[in-house]
Ligand binder design. Structure first.
Ligand SMILES: Cc1cc2nc3c(=O)[nH]c(=O)nc-3n(C[C@H](O)[C@H](O)[C@H](O)COP(=O)(O)O)c2cc1C
Length: 185
């Protein structure tokens, strides 16, 4: 893949299937994540992979969390939550480990995790894989955070779903640079 395609043509893929990334592909993806810009080298991130049957346990955790807030939720609705992690063979939970720092506010540490997430998306795309960053209210539910083993100072900022794309890859409309870039003189 040439540099233009790798940088400019990346798209997200909601429709993902087996096979998931190999260990070698995942290693490159995580190496790319760990090269994210990081003020003060705080390494304000942690990544958790969820594969195979662990995805069913994550789905159960989603259902338990949502049920704790909405006791009358239908079995169909709960099953939709249970099925969410099965939308891809591998998920990466994005965890921000922001800490108090005299010069580096929390927002910069979250941005750093966001940059790592973008590197994951590009790392997947450049290796021919499909990926999609997903959150939703369930990602911010405290029961999901504690079920995944997050500490009190850690924050779940969603999941990247990874796998083999199926269906036609959507072409995104090309945005005009002039609409978003201006010179300050
Ligand atoms: C932090 C974050 C959370 C997101 N959460 C969701 C989500 O829960 N569901 C969804 O359909 N898209 C979500 N998206 C958007 C998709 O990941 C994707 O960027 C969007 O569909 C546009 O596709 P593109 O990346 O090909 O332009 C999220 C994006 C970001 C940056």
């Amino acid at each position: 893949m040439d540099i233009k395609e790798a940088l400019v043509d990346r798209v997200s893929n909601p429709a993902l299937t087996e096979p998931g990334p190999t260990e070698k592909q995942l290693e490159l993806i995580f190496k790319a994540a760990l090269r994210a810009p990081d003020h003060g080298r705080l390494r304000p991130w942690r990544f958790i992979t969820i594969k195979g049957d662990a995805r069913n346990r994550l789905g159960d955790l989603f259902a338990e969390a949502v049920l704790s807030d909405q006791k009358d939720l239908s079995e169909d609705a709960l099953n939709r939550y249970r099925g969410m992690p099965l939308r891809a063979p591998v998920l990466i939970a994005l965890v921000c480990k922001a800490r108090q720092h005299p010069k580096i506010p929390e927002i910069e540490q979250q941005l750093s995790l966001g940059a790592a997430a973008q590197n994951i998306l590009h790392g997947a795309y450049a290796q021919g894989m499909g990926a999609m960053w997903r959150t939703g209210a369930i990602s911010y539910h405290p029961m999901v955070a504690s079920g995944l083993g997050l500490e009190a100072n850690e924050q779940l900022l969603g999941f990247i779903y990874l796998g083999t794309p199926y269906g036609a890859r959507k072409k995104r409309p090309e945005l005009s640079i002039d609409d978003f870039v201006s010179a300050w003189e």
